[in-house]
Design a protein around this ligand. Structure first.
Ligand SMILES: N[C@@H](CCC(=O)N[C@@H](CS)C(=O)NCC(=O)O)C(=O)O
Length: 248
């Protein structure tokens, strides 16, 4: 009776290199259910996006929000909404996410290719990656972030981070003493900012010590075992070797 999470691999010092997949994985951990991770390509998913989840009954659930709803309904996941939960999630997932993606895909295409398309045979890899990258850059253009100079993207990201930091306040969580959905979402995005491939954003992110501490706090809640936290290069596990986690 195991869930199968189709998601990104661990890469760039992040346990799961897609924030939406990392969010889904944290939710599975917090729900306390058994799951296996499978590295997958978005194009194979029902909505051509990662993540998707196959339940022990064989039901396929796309979208991290639907995964949340399923775990709340079917597994009794007890994760309330913070007062400004939706606002926090939208800033993180519908804006800051694109800024992080922009730097990753424009500054580090070779590393992205290795991480996401390592399983594609070498002669085809460049071709496939070219197609995928063009489609991703088109999304950045359509969303708007891809039309801005980098200085402006950084200004907007600073606004996002400042808003997330302000709403967190003294914390320790967005729900005060209570862990909420917003915490899991912010952790998932900030873990990507803390990774290796979004350089100017990483520097910016680290000027928000409240968010950095929050990321580590949520990491400890969702991945409490020392071995769980050992992801090379991430602030959560800098002192440990890279483990093989789930299906990473
Ligand atoms: N709303 C979706 C967003 C999922 C999403 O954007 N996933 C990205 C990876 S982080 C993806 O699969 N992108 C591939 C593409 O757009 O082609 C969710 O919450 O699961």
């Amino acid at each position: 009776m195991t869930y199968i999470l189709h998601s990104s691999p661990a890469a760039f010092g992040v346990r799961n290199a897609s924030p939406f997949s990392l969010k889904a994985e944290s939710l599975l951990r917090l729900a306390g259910v058994d799951y296996q991770r499978v590295d997958a390509q978005p194009v194979k998913g029902p909505r051509q996006k990662l993540p998707w989840l196959v339940t022990p009954d064989g039901e396929t659930i796309s979208d991290s929000r639907n995964i949340l709803l399923h775990l709340q309904r079917a597994e009794g996941l007890d994760l309330p909404l913070a007062a400004h939960d939706v606002a926090v999630r939208r800033v993180a997932e519908e804006h800051l996410y694109f800024a992080a993606g922009y730097f990753r895909w424009t500054h580090h295409p070779d590393a992205v290719k290795r991480a996401f398309l390592g399983a594609v045979p070498a002669p085809l890899r460049g071709l496939v990656f070219g197609m995928v990258r063009r489609s991703v850059l088109k999304q950045f253009h359509a969303q708007g972030i891809g039309r801005r100079p980098e200085s402006e993207i950084l200004e907007l990201a600073a606004e996002d981070l400042s808003a997330l930091d302000g709403l967190l306040g003294e914390g320790p969580y967005y729900g005060g003493e209570e862990l909420t959905v917003a915490d899991v979402v912010v952790h998932a995005i900030c873990s990507q900012l803390d990774g290796d491939l979004v350089d100017p954003l990483t520097e910016l992110y680290r000027t928000f010590p409240g968010l950095v501490a929050h990321q580590a706090r949520v990491e400890r809640r969702a991945y409490p075992l020392a071995m769980d936290r050992a992801v090379q290069g991430s602030s959560a596990g800098r002192d440990s070797a890279t483990p093989q986690l789930a299906a990473m």
